[in-house]
Design a protein around this ligand. Structure first.
Ligand SMILES: NC(=O)C1=CN([C@@H]2O[C@H](COP(=O)(O)OP(=O)(O)OC[C@H]3O[C@@H](n4cnc5c(N)ncnc54)[C@H](OP(=O)(O)O)[C@@H]3O)[C@@H](O)[C@H]2O)C=CC1
Ligand SMILES: CC(C)CCC[C@@H](C)[C@H]1CC=C2C3=C(CC[C@@]21C)[C@@]1(C)CC[C@H](O)C[C@@H]1CC3
Length: 418
């Protein structure tokens, strides 16, 4: 079997046909959810109450606001970093360098937005622009992905990702051909993964909270909880920004439409669905229930952070006192697999913590509507798929050692369930 036939054989997402469908369905789903969230019935599975015309979707002001936002985040990315980290070794034995200044960018953005609001910036008007902003971001994602595809045509073979080089243009456009597309030292994938979308998510939430205060006198407890929980999640991701350098998105996946649209559009506009829903469907939330939800969030974060930090510490320094006592399985690569502690409970304890947090920030929306739980449903599917992809990669990396690990840790995400 030739390498291209082999790569054709291992096509994901249903190959070219599946990917063509996803290219249409992803943006369509996002616009459906944006419309349903602001509609009275808020029916996740029903048709939106109306279909917006192009005059409602297209706004030069929204496009300008998007480019101002992207420009601001690029400028903050290029500021001197508290640390510069090296990525994992590439095929050509080199290592790329990445600025670790994401949390700094979040804080500086908050200061700038705060100054803007105090000077009269109408942040509360942003919710009205979500549709045209999402349209502008989707358009930008397609164009940016096309430019990345063309750029990759000139890239050396060593710079290409294993996945997005099937030879089928649609498939490669979606998966991404180049592994680490850069302009000088500016890394497009690393920048998009953690900056404009993730930080944008927090400020869309804040705008929705401000709009609720303007509409009803003060933000609801549910809106405060959703904002607080998701701010913690983004702040944590940016504080531990360096750990992204070992994720499959950075080390394995090409940078194509899936991650471009996922980072720039899906995260800010879909991950803020709970706050969007609450603005148009205020939900009563008593203090006892709020405290219970905070407890659920705390459990999720404890597992999420504990598991991620344990693995990342172990990978950086297996002799660190916090992980030195854990049981391990040696592998032929020289790396070891943790088989006790969080990673002895299930094979992806971090996913379990993340899912519990997703439940916690959906619960403040009550149980009368399915829409606020879309994220939990989508995220469960994403992590199940991601876990399967990671298993394949780990089986290839570690062979029998991974098989032994799976025997000793039989559950993937939820103990005694899955
Ligand atoms: N909110 C969202 O939309 C998303 C959130 N996430 C979150 O991002 C975080 C990172 O997830 P993800 O990128 O999937 O990667 P993971 O953090 O789960 O890392 C997987 C890698 O960890 C290493 N590993 C696995 N098992 C062991 C073990 N027993 N001992 C030592 N190393 C092990 C392997 O890499 P190696 O051995 O090569 O080091 C494996 O490839 C998670 O917390 C996840 O919940 C992820 C996707 C989307
Ligand atoms: C919608 C598409 C089919 C899939 C797009 C998936 C992306 C939205 C996610 C792929 C991996 C991600 C990670 C994060 C955010 C979502 C995306 C980009 C985090 C940055 C979230 C915070 C965590 O602490 C780290 C995550 C790394 C992976």
């Amino acid at each position: 079997m030739t390498p291209r036939e082999a790569s054709q054989a291992s096509l994901e997402f249903g190959g070219p046909l599946g990917v063509t469908a996803i290219l249409v369905l992803l943006p369509a789903t996002m616009f459906h959810l944006l419309l349903v969230a602001r509609s009275g019935p808020a029916r996740l599975l029903g048709p939106p109450t109306y279909l917006p015309g192009l005059e409602e979707l297209w706004s030069p002001q929204a496009l300008l606001l998007l480019f101002i936002w992207l420009g601001l985040q690029v400028a903050l990315y290029l500021l001197p970093a508290r640390k510069v980290a090296e990525g994992l070794e590439l095929k050509d034995k080199s290592r790329l360098r990445y600025p670790i200044n994401g949390f700094q960018a979040l804080v500086l953005t908050a200061l700038l937005v705060g100054l803007g609001v105090s000077a009269g910036l109408p942040l509360g008007a942003l919710p009205e622009m979500l549709l045209p902003l999402a349209f502008a971001t989707t358009l930008t994602s397609f164009i940016f992905s096309l430019l990345l595809y063309v750029k990759a045509l000139a890239a050396p073979v060593s710079a290409l990702a294993p996945g997005g080089n099937s030879g089928n243009p649609i498939y490669d456009f979606f998966l991404g051909r180049e592994l680490n597309p850069r302009l000088g030292s500016f890394d497009f994938k690393y920048f998009c993964e953690l900056r404009p979308g993730l930080i944008g998510w927090v400020f869309i939430n804040l705008a929705l909270l401000i709009q609720e205060a303007e509409l009803r006198g003060s933000p609801s407890l549910a809106m405060w909880l959703v904002n607080g929980f998701q701010l913690l999640y983004v702040g944590d991701a940016l504080w531990y920004e360096e750990s992204v350098l070992t994720t499959m998105d950075i080390i394995h996946d090409g940078f194509g439409f899936m991650l471009v649209f996922g980072d720039l559009a899906w995260v800010p506009f879909i991950y803020s669905l709970q706050a969007q829903f609450l603005l148009y469907h205020p939900q009563p939330l008593g203090l006892p229930m709020a405290l219970l939800i905070c407890f659920i969030k705390a459990i999720g974060y404890y597992i999420f952070r504990g598991a991620n930090s344990q693995k990342n510490t172990f990978r950086k320094n297996p002799s660190d006192p916090s992980v030195a006592g854990l049981q391990t399985i040696p592998t032929a690569t020289g790396r070891q697999l943790l088989v006790s502690g969080w990673w002895g409970m299930v094979r992806h304890p971090n996913y379990l913590g993340d899912l519990i947090m997703a439940l916690a920030w959906s619960l403040p929306c009550g149980l009368s509507y399915l829409l606020p739980y879309f994220y939990l449903l989508y995220f469960t599917a994403l992590l199940v798929h991601r876990e399967a992809r990671d298993e394949q990669q780990c089986l290839r990396k570690y062979g029998r050692a991974w098989q032994e690990y799976c025997k000793r840790v039989p559950y993937r995400i939820i103990p005694y369930v899955y």
